[in-house]
Write a protein that binds this ligand. Structure first.
Ligand SMILES: Cc1cc2nc3c(=O)[nH]c(=O)nc-3n(C[C@H](O)[C@H](O)[C@H](O)COP(=O)(O)O)c2cc1C
Length: 332
């Protein structure tokens, strides 16, 4: 047992869109901390998935929320970004219509977490404000921030996070960055620097693909590791079957960083969408995410990996298939 009461010092990375109740519950049952990636969900859907996980396991699990951003929409930029996607919509047979933009239900999600008695909550893309931290802590919730730099780790500590995930540049999916210029420090370097700068427990994330990498992170001083890509092709994972196949057949060096899908920098397997979007206008996050939503969905339906967001970390080529339990076994 360790500081979060899981059997193994491993957190299943919250992965919005991938972390179905079956997957989260299977992870908790396998002795790691299952995590719901609730970032894109409404408050009602957050409650629904929490209840579904509770019905499948009595073991602890966490819920991950996206800190909302106050980006002001730039009409011209939105129009250019929408128009830039037109050739892809045409290729997929999607008719043009006025785009719909989503609104974060962060405060209501926090309320749901309290009502559902969730005891571990993690955040990415920023830190919760003082009042939110206060109310969650008063209710005994363990809070985990995300940092991609030493400065962000210090800010997480100052904001009274109980622990911080340090996300190395190898990590799959979105960068959790929220302060200063985007920087890309590999995990080993970032971990060592953060260990010297903060006292709260550190969870290491980014490219951890086997037992040896887990042991290196722990011996360096991390209290636990957070793994995403290594679990994504698991039988129970909610990743699209095409995404799983792309992961299982990937080669070393196949990932790249892109803002094309969401307007925010993220790492995934390079495909045509990423290369086609290199020289066109992209809207800011979260608008670009809304603008590409239908394309990603339709591409999934039509089985076209060219236009799907194939999020994956730098060590994706080491990912194996199997049940969650079988994959976790290889780490311990
Ligand atoms: C498909 C995918 C979705 C992700 N979604 C989230 C998310 O919703 N919230 C979050 O904090 N991190 C998210 N991440 C980042 C992970 O928390 C973690 O930093 C990353 O998976 C670690 O790198 P690895 O994939 O190489 O293990 C996501 C990662 C992937 C691959």
């Amino acid at each position: 047992m360790n500081f979060l009461q899981m059997k193994h010092p491993i957190i299943q990375a919250p992965m919005a869109g991938v972390t179905t109740p079956e997957f989260v519950a299977a992870c908790s049952e396998a002795g790691v901390l299952g995590s719901i990636g609730a970032g894109y969900l409404s408050a009602a859907d957050t409650r629904k998935i929490i209840r579904e996980v509770k019905a499948l396991t009595e073991k602890p699990f966490s819920v991950n929320l996206f800190i909302p951003e106050s980006t002001v929409a730039n009409e011209k930029q939105l129009e250019d970004a929408y128009n830039a996607l037109e050739p892809i919509r045409t290729e997929l047979g999607i008719s043009s219509k006025k785009p719909k933009y989503s609104i974060s239900e962060f405060d209501d999600q926090v309320q749901v977490l309290l009502e559902e008695n969730i005891k571990i909550c993690s955040f990415t893309f920023g830190l919760p404000d003082e009042e939110t931290v206060h109310v969650l802590k008063e209710n005994g919730v363990y809070l985990i921030g995300t940092a991609t730099t030493v400065q962000e780790a210090k800010l997480a500590e100052q904001a009274k996070m109980d622990a911080v995930v340090v996300q190395g540049s190898e990590a799959g999916g979105h960068r959790g960055s929220f302060h200063g210029e985007l920087t890309f420090q590999p995990l080993n370097e970032l971990l060592t620097n953060c260990l010297n700068a903060v006292k709260i427990p550190i969870i290491a994330a980014g490219g951890i693909a086997n037992k040896e990498m887990l042991e290196t992170a722990l011996s360096t001083g991390a209290q636990a590791v957070q793994i995403g890509t290594a679990l994504m092709a698991a039988n129970e994972s909610g990743a699209h079957p095409i995404h799983k196949q792309a992961i299982l057949h990937s080669n070393k060096g196949c990932t790249t960083l892109t803002t094309a899908f969401s307007g925010k920098t993220a790492r995934g397997i390079e495909n045509r969408f990423i290369s086609d979007m290199k020289n066109v206008g992209i809207a800011a996050y979260p608008y670009q995410n809304d603008l590409t939503k239908e394309i990603r969905k339709e591409a999934g339906k039509q089985g076209k990996s060219d236009f799907m967001s194939l999020w994956a970390g730098e060590n994706v080529h080491l990912t194996t298939a199997g049940t969650v339990e079988e994959i976790i076994e290889k780490f311990i």
